[in-house]
Design a protein around this ligand. Sequence first.
Ligand code: GLY
Length: 438
Amino acid sequence: MRVLVVGGGGREHALVHSFAQSTLADRIFCAPGNAGTAALADNIGVDADDLPALLDFASREQVDLTVVGPEAPLVAGICDLFEEHGLAIFGPNREAARLEGSKVFAKEVMRAGGVTTGAYSRHETLDSALAALSPNGPYPLVVKADGLAAGKGVIICNDVDEARAAVASCFVTRDFGAAGDVVIIEEFLAGSEVSLLVLCDGRNAVPLAPAQDYKRIFAGDQGPNTGGMGSYCPVPGFEQKAIDAAMEHVAEPVIAALRKRDIPFRGVLYAGLIATDAGVKVLEFNCRFGDPETQAVLPRLDSDLLELCAAGASGELAGVKAAWKPQDCVTVVMASAGYPASSHKGDVISGLAAAGAMDDVTVYHAGTALQHGDVVTAGGRVLAVSALGEGFAVARERAYQAVREISFDGAQVRPDIAARAVKAAAGELDLFPAGFAG
Ligand code: GLY
């Protein structure tokens, strides 16, 4: 099978790495890829957002299956385009990708499917949004730009002044462009978050193992949001019963509600769940593999990912189950100086070979490039270092040991990735509310 992976981050390196282990894979291409994917695939000089060039490449190179990493090409309709030209692709079409591309659409689908989520109001003007904000709260509340805003359109507001500023950033200063044309004001939900990635073929759904990610830059969940500074898989306390419940009460009703609108969901349904005192609710949906969750989930996968994605693209996931290794996985992201406000490019990265040679360690490249024979930094998140271990304590120690082998100027690493998983697995911490049916 000739496979094209669209994207160039850590998630895409993880996809390429898994596909490279498949006996089904004859040749793998990555668009545009990074220094890590270059070792396993042919990087092609095509940007992930250049849909006509991707179509041209896939047609010309007789690609059998395309798998899309980032949300932007999905929301822009890459799957519609490929399918119109008879090319197999694993991802949702433009309408289905609105689950991520429009928060209002996601709320409407959840309402239609009876899926539990935070209470919200929808606003198309500044006056309407301001009228919904009471000085008395309750606070915090969340202001969300409806559209895709490069991960920046979700603002947690601790008082009415912050909330007014947040809606003004959408409607007045237009910080999120057209993504902020419509705004939702949503109840703040507190609890442990779980990312459940579900492979879908339009009708059938196969859950992958649950994961948790770390969004803030600094230890203790301090500082600005990032694309993700680490993750771990599975999630202690979120066991098979909880996965089954999430499938029954979240994934399946959403897929059915979309089908009722004649929208088949094919691809990865990423359910961002939160376990509150009032039960599990949906925080958000994404329409793709999570990053960096994928880098913690795939090392544990004991099934052929390429076979699963091909089955998803061709509507053949009925009765399929993913198999898992018993080990736990911890992923630690190494980010470049200045991230997330900026990123530093061109710093030489050393120690990659030593880290990569460690047992049960995989170093996924994210923002890297090859420059005069050196691997250098080329983005905000530079590497995702994943380690498997018998138990979280071993996996975590191994991941940080590998991180210590690697160096580049200004590297930023959160020191507390998966610390709570170690405690939870040891019974010293409950990640979920009392009575949670996990
Ligand atoms: N880890 C969050 C995301 O992939 O959107």
